[in-house]
Design a protein. Structure first.
Length: 348
């Protein structure tokens, strides 16, 4: 819970905490930067974690030599300040990829979300097939879409944040797949061509219940019950899928002690599909909304959520596929969850 608590800071929108997104000049420059990151991670994994994940400054030495830091600095990954190098981003190693996100000190609403175990779990359950046309909504750092480019025939990512698209473009350049990542700026399906249809829609949407009137990060602001963005996604998803198309989402959803309400929402959106639900994690409702306890109207808002019978916020991996019997099927995959959490434990 430590990292999530850090992410749930009061947004100040301070220009002083904002650094430009990283960028590379061309494919050759991207390959050099990726090779340098991989060399540091392989040679001194603990220092890599201290620098690019914990955000601790370093003096040039060992795998983080002056020349290598200068190369990484030229791509906007770090900067030299008062005798030491400091990271400008966080960098997450995941299954051979290197994914950059914002520092936690970027306090603007457009902060690009750090990776957590749910991204590792989702990446390993994308189910992309050769020839697929894939759409990722709420693109963020682009991590899911980037892994889809290894197999798919086309991958399109959409985000409302220009900053997120810049990070996604950098990450795609650093981790090129078989096809390029196409990006679109806008809200959900809005920037897509009218004729665009996909074999797979993937999303890790904003999920956080936020009191009415409160300001919060775009990557997590889910409205008063945390489901505002999910509703809009599900409203439009069936019309954007080709025949035989699938839908995959990891989100956090309110619910009772037995399960998450988002499972029924996906079933209602895809009544003829098999909806497979993996309940990966949960926190009590009070734990998940405690960040906002000083917000005006907190008690009334909290009570409105409790009145709906909601006691927990569930971490849920849910897929909808025309293969299988229609309805909800609960999936048990403790080893997959443990493996994803094991990856994330190296990031904390």
């Amino acid at each position: 819970m430590g990292l999530r608590n850090l992410l749930r800071r009061t947004i100040r929108g301070s220009a002083a905490s904002s650094l430009p997104p990283p960028a590379v000049r061309d494919a050759a420059h991207a390959a050099e930067v990726k090779a340098a990151l991989a060399a540091v991670h392989a040679g001194e994994p603990d220092r890599f974690a201290e620098f690019f994940l914990a955000g601790r400054p370093t003096a040039p030495r060992g795998a983080l030599s002056e020349a290598r830091l200068a190369l990484l600095g030229g791509a906007g990954l770090c900067r030299s300040l008062v005798g030491a190098w400091r990271p400008s981003v966080r960098v997450f190693p995941l299954d051979g990829a290197m994914i950059a996100t914002d520092l936690l000190t970027h306090e603007g609403e457009d902060q690009v979300f750090s990776l957590m175990y749910e991204q590792a779990l989702l990446v390993r359950n994308l189910g992309v097939r050769p020839g697929d046309h894939v759409l990722e909504l709420c693109l963020g750092s682009g991590v899911q879409a980037i892994f889809a480019t290894d197999t798919a025939a086309r991958v399109v990512g959409v985000d409302v944040s220009p900053r997120a698209l810049s990070f996604a473009a950098f990450n795609a350049a650093l981790n090129p797949g078989a096809v390029p990542l196409e990006t679109r700026l806008g809200s959900l399906y809005e920037p897509l061509a009218a004729v665009d249809r996909f074999d797979l829609i993937v999303v890790n949407p904003p999920f956080e219940p936020v009191p009415p009137g409160a300001t919060w990060f775009l990557h997590s602001h889910g409205g008063p019950d945390g489901l505002d963005v999910v509703r809009k996604i599900l409203d439009g998803a069936p019309a954007r899928l080709r025949d035989g198309g699938r839908f995959t989402m990891f989100t956090w959803s309110p619910g009772g002690d037995e399960g998450a309400v988002v499972a029924e929402m996906v079933r209602d959106a895809f009544p003829r599909h098999c909806v497979r639900v993996l309940l990966a994690d949960w926190r009590t409702l009070d734990q998940r909304i405690a960040t906002f306890e000083d917000a005006p109207g907190f008690a009334a808002w909290r009570d409105s959520l409790r009145a709906r019978g909601w006691t927990r916020i569930w971490g849920v991996l849910v897929t909808a596929s025309p293969r299988g019997a229609p309805g909800i099927e609960l999936v048990d995959a403790p080893d997959e969850i443990l493996a994803a959490k094991g990856i994330a434990s190296g990031w904390l």
